[in-house]
Design a binder for this molecule. Structure first.
Ligand code: SUG
Length: 416
């Protein structure tokens, strides 16, 4: 049966706060803070359990090798030697593959010319610490989605592509042909516009999408400038609903008109700036939520607890749920460690609409498997990482051993 599967990035043992992402306000704000990788990973696992409890199908993607020795090697550094280059070391130690919404863009089989589900790995070239993710992501996705139901493409060259975080899909049901919306940036008002339209168009071509059911929509400069470095910080979509901030898109009226033409059954729920300002939307991550359809066909919004703690956002959510709209319930999850680097519930997951039977089962989880993973995290993940620890060879060894134990337990040592 074709369903939506959420593949969460398991938060890696090197999770730390190095402020590597200009334009990502949370990451900048927590510069130099002490991180808690073990808590971070357990928070992510608890979020996955919450999704399972709602009756959703859940998968995982695994942390990458850290420090990124291949990348350091290309820069001429030997990993066993002392490396006196704190910035490159921090870039090599980032646990950023946890945000799997940036791993790839996914077009389900119902949307593509050849009837395969297509995935294109994101090149993440706008940020040096993320630019070396693509190679390892490709290897992993080719294992997870080796079945002929899928086509996994390597990254688009030259033009910035940040994956599903800038892509929304609407369909009357997940398994029906849909409309794919690619959101790109032109001007970040002083911050990088990470997603280029050229890359989005390339992904759409490679996936064999029908141009009549594909939209390219420009992100508002004001949104990027306010801290929406990806569109999923100000908008989320599921089946027939787009839930977005008033200032998410450069030309919202045109977006609404185009959508009404290609998807007359779709509905845009706009949150006015007067109710929730862009600043509130970005600190609370109201829109970086998972809008999901439950087995009973109702929609629930899975939000970070930060959204509950902002009184204006909480009041707006109350009125949303109290109204007669399609979003019937909210559920809060605590992913604070990830949030402090600008990664909310939606960043932590890659959606793949497919038959779970076609996915390599080593990447699917149930509660028992999450228990096993949590046991490995509790035994091997560092409790804390401070800014000076990143250059400590002892920490590098611990991170490698921790990931090794995980790969071993999941029978995925081939990824090492
Ligand atoms: O790319 N943070 C990530 C957060 C990604 C969130 N993903 C989505 N919105 N889908 C980023 O900016 C911070 C790492 C650091 O500063 O150490 C970081 O990479």
């Amino acid at each position: 049966m074709i369903v939506e599967i959420n593949f969460d990035g398991l938060i890696g043992p090197s999770h730390n706060y190095a402020a590597l992402s200009p334009g990502n306000l949370a990451s900048a704000r927590n510069s130099g803070a002490v991180s808690r990788p073990r808590d971070a990973a357990l928070q992510g696992i608890a979020k996955q359990r919450a999704a399972l409890a709602l009756g959703l199908v859940q998968g995982v993607l695994l942390p990458h090798d850290r420090p990124a020795s291949g990348w350091l090697g290309h820069l001429g550094y030997a990993i066993d030697a002392a490396i006196d280059d704190p910035l490159q070391l921090a870039r090599a130690m980032s646990a950023s593959p946890m945000w799997t919404a940036n791993a790839a863009t996914v077009s389900p089989a119902a949307d593509t010319r050849d009837g395969q589900c297509h995935l294109t790995v994101a090149n993440l070239m706008a940020m040096p610490h993320r630019s070396h993710e693509a190679a390892a992501t490709l290897v992993q996705l080719r294992v997870a989605f080796a079945n002929a139901a899928f086509a996994v493409h390597d990254a688009v060259p030259t033009f910035g592509d940040e994956g599903a975080a800038n892509h929304m899909r609407l369909a009357e049901r997940h398994d029906a042909p849909g409309v794919e919306i690619f959101v790109y940036g032109v001007d970040g008002g002083g911050f990088p516009a990470r997603q280029s339209r050229v890359a989005s168009e390339a992904v759409a071509r490679r996936h064999g999408l029908d141009p009549a059911r594909t939209l390219f929509v420009q992100q508002a400069t004001a949104a990027i400038r306010a801290g929406a470095f990806h569109n999923d910080v100000v908008a989320v979509a599921n089946e027939t609903v787009v839930f977005a901030h008033e200032f998410a898109f450069a030309d919202p009226a045109r977006f609404a008109a185009d959508l009404a033409r290609v998807a007359p059954w779709a509905e845009i729920i706009t949150v006015p700036d007067a109710a929730v300002s862009l600043a509130d939307a970005i600190t609370s991550y109201l829109f970086n939520s998972q809008l999901v359809t439950l087995p009973d066909a109702t929609m629930t919004l899975i939000l970070p607890t930060e959204a509950q703690e902002n009184s204006r956002v909480a009041a707006h959510l109350d009125s949303l749920i109290g109204g007669n709209g399609p979003i019937r319930a909210v559920r809060f999850v605590a992913v604070r460690e990830s949030m402090r680097n600008g990664g909310g519930p939606a960043c932590l997951r890659l959606r793949v609409v497919a038959d779970p039977a076609t996915v390599d089962p080593r990447f699917l989880v149930d509660d028992a498997k999450l228990d096993r993973i949590a046991g490995i995290v509790a035994a091997h993940w560092p409790v804390e990482i401070g800014p000076d620890d990143v250059a400590r060879p002892g920490l590098w060894a611990q991170c490698r051993a921790a990931r090794g134990a995980l790969l071993d337990a999941l029978n995925l040592v081939s990824l090492s």
